[in-house]
Ligand binder design. Sequence first.
Ligand SMILES: [Zn+2]
Length: 254
Amino acid sequence: MKRPLKHAIIPGVVGLFLFSACSKSLLVTPDIPDSSTKTPVTSSEVKAQSTTPVGTVIYTSNGYTLTLTNNDATFDDAERQRLVNTFFTVYPKLLNRFYTGATKKVKFVIDPTYNGVAYTSGAVTTLSAAWFHNHPEDIDVVTHEVMHIVQAYTGGAPGWLTEGIADYARYKYGVNNGPAGWSLPAWNASQNYTDAYRVTARFLVWLELHVRSSIVNDLNTALRTKTYTGSTWSQLTGKSVDQLWADYSQNPAL
Ligand SMILES: [Zn+2]
């Protein structure tokens, strides 16, 4: 397990990601022969065309570089392409909004031995091969993870807020949340803003709609520059985070 650099609450990473994962049962799309040819395709050929070779491939686009190391010989190649495409679609948007100084060189590792969903340390995101075998629509795990790279918080950031902002990013910039069955949960009385992930993300969405439109940018900057404290909320909004949560709880509609 990596040290808690980007996931400030590492012990909860697995469970929390499971919490944020798709609850629907999704089937892996079966291999199908290339429809452009009438030549019968043998099963071995289909497999050769549809799985990603073990090894490292470097992708570049518009100044961004993604180095992908696949360690799973059975990984579906179309799924690999979706993950790569998600990176190149989402990452520049996140960088441009939240931190233009973030690195443009990112590494992905597809790991068949990792039992969680994904984790990010520095500019390296490790993706569980098994998770994407079983949840092929959940490609916006990438969106959440690469937001951690853009965050580039170097310590002291509350884990609940770090993860809440990452799921806010998934909510705003995700490319496949609907088919993945991923959405922000409605408010309920058992929640608190420190719940992290989607609960905190929805609070942030509410705050930007009803209190301060720049709040996520402002919090992100404070966290990255290590100026964030508990009083940051009142500096930005005139109210404490507890007061804001109470207001949210009174009228949580977005
Ligand atoms: Zn995270």
